[in-house]
Write a protein of this length. Structure first.
Ligand code: SF4
Length: 352
């Protein structure tokens, strides 16, 4: 039986950092100047730094306090590396418009990839980033080149500060061979609803069983907020998708994921159903990640027991712990079945 979740009374506010750093060169760019004006208007403490690498004196006495402060600290600077990383399987390249995230998802891989510097960086030299994207598109034309904008951040959660997604979306609208995609756990879609996109940007929302959202995703928008935002995105004509990640084996997982798909179906407007994609990612972790997660979220209920997992060798030396084949198959089959029951026309891009 599918149980209905009552609409959450909580409204997730847009992110407001506690501290803002500027690299001086950022102020040579209109975006840098605009963010400075915004920070002043909001009355936020502002500091200058010659480079984000030099930020060492964040307030806080313990490592945990410093970590929490870093996640509330915005650094406005320039993107120096204009070579894009690959972003398989969701796209050809990762397009870097921001790094870091203010939310506190226990399982987030940024825990390890950002190491000791989890503050949030936004880049003001968008013209350089767009020029690079253009080169990548031209190299592969007439093949389509897809760019993923959420590999190192949740850019929708920062859009009210940076406006960078809007620039990417409108740029990609005029690129016959370029496509943009990004995923979010936030619902603040208003700034992008009226943009010209030509269907070249796929907006996806990261969703999960209620148990996962409740226990492991502090600081993100609620499920109801996300699903409502998904409806707005569909009505604005954007191709829409959902990423179910991380898929977690937990007590009641079958009901949890059954309910999730049923809730999505109930809440989406008709126009969202024609071109819907799903991406399915099972939970995995490395030994390094486990250590960091237990330091930062010592009370986490996240199951990371090597005895219950299968070790998968990694290309770069460090392997990951995934679910044993039998569990992975059960998860994949059940969720796939539920997707096709509710959304017969949807595409499942991958299960990994
Ligand atoms: Fe990481 Fe995404 Fe959660 Fe942010 S919202 S902490 S990027 S998983």
């Amino acid at each position: 039986m599918v149980t209905q979740t009552a609409p959450s009374p909580r409204t997730t506010k847009v992110f407001k950092p506690e501290l803002v750093y500027f690299e001086p060169s950022a102020l040579d760019y209109p975006k840098g100047q605009k963010i400075m004006e915004w920070a002043k208007k909001e009355g936020l403490p502002i500091r200058m730094t010659s480079s984000h690498n030099r930020i060492t004196n964040l307030p806080g006495e313990t490592d945990l306090q410093k970590y929490r402060m870093a996640k509330n600290t915005l650094v406005v600077g320039l993107r120096k590396t204009l070579t894009f990383d690959q972003s398989k399987p969701s796209a050809e390249y990762a397009i870097p418009i921001a790094t870091g995230c203010m939310a506190h998802c226990h399982y987030c891989y940024l825990q390890t990839t950002l190491g000791a510097k989890p503050y949030i960086r936004v880049y003001v030299n968008m013209d350089d980033i767009l020029q690079s994207a253009k080169r990548y598109i031209d190299e592969r034309a007439p093949e389509i080149t897809r760019f993923e904008a959420a590999c190192t951040s949740d850019p929708l959660g920062l859009e009210h500060i940076s406006g960078s997604l809007a620039e990417l979306i409108t740029f990609m609208a005029d690129e016959p061979y370029g496509r943009l995609r990004f995923v979010s756990k936030f619902h603040h879609v208003e700034p992008i609803l009226g943009l010209k996109h030509n269907g070249h940007t796929r907006v996806r929302f990261s969703v999960n069983a209620d148990y996962v959202i409740r226990n492991f995703e502090p600081g993100t928008s609620t499920f109801n907020e996300r699903i409502e935002a998904a409806g707005k995105i569909a009505r604005a004509g954007y191709p829409l998708g959902f990423i179910i990640a991380p898929i977690l084996w937990h007590e009641g997982w079958e009901e949890g994921y059954t309910e999730l798909l049923a809730k999505i179906k109930q809440s989406l407007p008709q126009e969202a159903l024609s071109d819907l994609t799903f991406e399915l990612i099972q939970h995995r972790y490395t030994k390094t990640a486990k250590k960091v997660i237990l330091q930062r979220y010592p009370k986490t209920k996240l199951e990371m027991d090597e005895e219950k997992r299968k070790y998968k060798w990694g290309r770069w030396g460090q392997g990951k712990y995934v679910y044993p084949d039998e569990q992975a198959t059960a998860l994949r089959e059940h969720i796939t079945e539920q997707i096709f029951e509710h959304f017969p026309e949807a595409t499942i891009d991958y299960f990994t």
